[in-house]
Structures are given as C-alpha cells and as structure tokens.
Design a binder for this molecule. Structure first.
Ligand code: B4P
Length: 202
C-alpha cells in the first residue's frame, strides 16, 4: 500500500511536443479535462499578452509575427510564473514548452525545485505538408499573423528542425520519449495519447 500511495501522490507532468500545427493545443484542451491537469500553453500566454498590450506582449510580438522563437530568458521566466500560479496542481501539460535545450534544462530545474519531474514527452508526429495545410487552413479564420503566409509557416517548421527537434534526444536519454502518430481524427489521437498516460499512471 505504501508504493500505491506514493504512486497516487506523484504528479503527472506531460510535455506535449511536435512541430507547429501538430495539434498540441488541440489535444491539450481535451487532455486537461480528462486528466484534471493544468494546461500551460506558452503560445496562448504570449497571445493573451499581445492582445492586452502588456510589455511581455510587445516584446514577444515582433518574434512571433516572423515565425521566430521568443528569447529563452523571456519565455522561461514567463513559464515559471505560470507554474507558480498553480500550487495545488495535480500535474501540468506543457504545450509548446520546452522548445530549446536551455528551456528543457530550465524545466528540469523548476520541476526538481517542486519535488517532482517531467513524467513524459508525448511527441505528435505529422508530415510537414500536412502541417502547412493545417496552419494555412487555420490562418483563414484565426487572424494569427504567423498562420497568414506560407513562407512564415515554413520558417516556423524550419526553426522547429533547427532548434527544437533536438529535444527528442534529451528525453530519449531519460527514457521519457513517447512518439504518437498525429494524423487521424482528434478523438483517435486523444485515444493514442491516453494509452501512454494511462500506462504512466497505471
Ligand atoms: P504555439 O502557440 O505553440 O502554436 P503552434 O506551433 O501553432 O501549434 P499547435 O501544435 O498547438 O497547433 P494546434 O493544435 O493549434 O506557437 C506559436 C508561436 O509562439 C511560436 O512560433 C513562437 O513564436 C512562440 N512560442 C510559443 N512557445 C514558445 C517557446 N517555448 N519558446 C519560444 N517561443 C515560443 O493545431 C493547428 C491546426 O491544426 C489547427 O487549425 C487545428 O484545428 C488543426 N488540427 C489539430 N489537430 C488536427 C487533426 N487531428 N486533424 C486535422 N487538423 C487538426
């Protein structure tokens, strides 16, 4: 029973990973309800700050509009503040974070300060041409500057391969990497991810 209790108390902290348009935000919205986890989307926090014209928003906008990453120092302190807003969380879904090696280190440090750790990286695997098609589709209605133009979308995918994809190795080494096919209906993909989470919690 001691082991059972320890397992019960352990937090479930998921990194939802994948290229732009892989469906991280879409899946996180479903999974946070299903597993009662706190969802932190760095992209959403930046967009909220842009909309409200805060200093953080003004700082982030010039990078995001071009499809570049927001600098690490800005992103890491913002993420820490979001985690600190939720001291009672049973666990977190990190959506769009980490995106660089420095961010992965910062997340490991932050989790260890909270006496917990990242449980798993769940990586949504989707081909580039499907990504471009999805993001152009969203751009027709989202009003997002970074979805409006194919060259910006392709730049975001390029940045992903240059700076973010390497994180697969980081979590593979820790035996925490789970690749999931990200093509199919939203429900099918939720089901595939749920199998991974249920196994972790099992
Ligand atoms: P994000 O907001 O993280 O967004 P995203 O890359 O567009 O991807 P996501 O994978 O969440 O896609 P979604 O579910 O919405 O990043 C935006 C920008 O913010 C970055 O470029 C960067 O500038 C900045 N930023 C964010 N985090 C940062 C960090 N840590 N460091 C530095 N900068 C950072 O899905 C996309 C589309 O696909 C939607 O239209 C959706 O409806 C569709 N879709 C989803 N699932 C589908 C499915 N199964 N089938 C068909 N379509 C599907």
């Amino acid at each position: 029973t001691q082991i059972y209790k320890l397992k019960q108390e352990r937090m479930t902290n998921l990194v939802l990973f994948g290229p732009p348009g892989a469906g991280k935000g879409t899946q996180a919205t479903v999974l946070k309800e299903k597993y009662q986890l706190v969802h932190i989307s760095t992209g959403d926090v930046f967009r909220y700050n842009i909309k409200n014209a805060t200093e953080l928003g003004r700082n982030a906008k010039s990078f995001m509009d071009k499809g570049h990453l927001v600098p690490d120092d800005v992103t890491i302190s913002m993420l820490e503040a979001e985690v600190d807003k939720n001291p009672e969380a049973k666990g977190f879904i990190f959506d769009g974070f980490p995106r660089t090696a420095a961010q992965a280190e910062a997340l490991a440090d932050l989790m260890s300060k909270k006496n917990t750790e990242v449980s798993a990286m769940i990586a949504l695997e989707v081909d580039d041409e499907v990504l471009v098609e999805r993001l152009l589709g969203r751009g027709k209605t989202s009003g997002r500057a970074d979805d409006a133009d194919e060259s910006i979308i392709r730049n975001r995918i390029k940045v992903y391969y240059e700076e973010t994809a390497i994180l697969k190795q980081y979590y593979l080494k820790e035996d925490k990497y789970y690749g999931v096919n990200g093509v199919g209906s939203v429900e099918e993909i939720t089901q595939r991810i749920s199998e991974v989470i249920d196994n972790l919690q099992g």
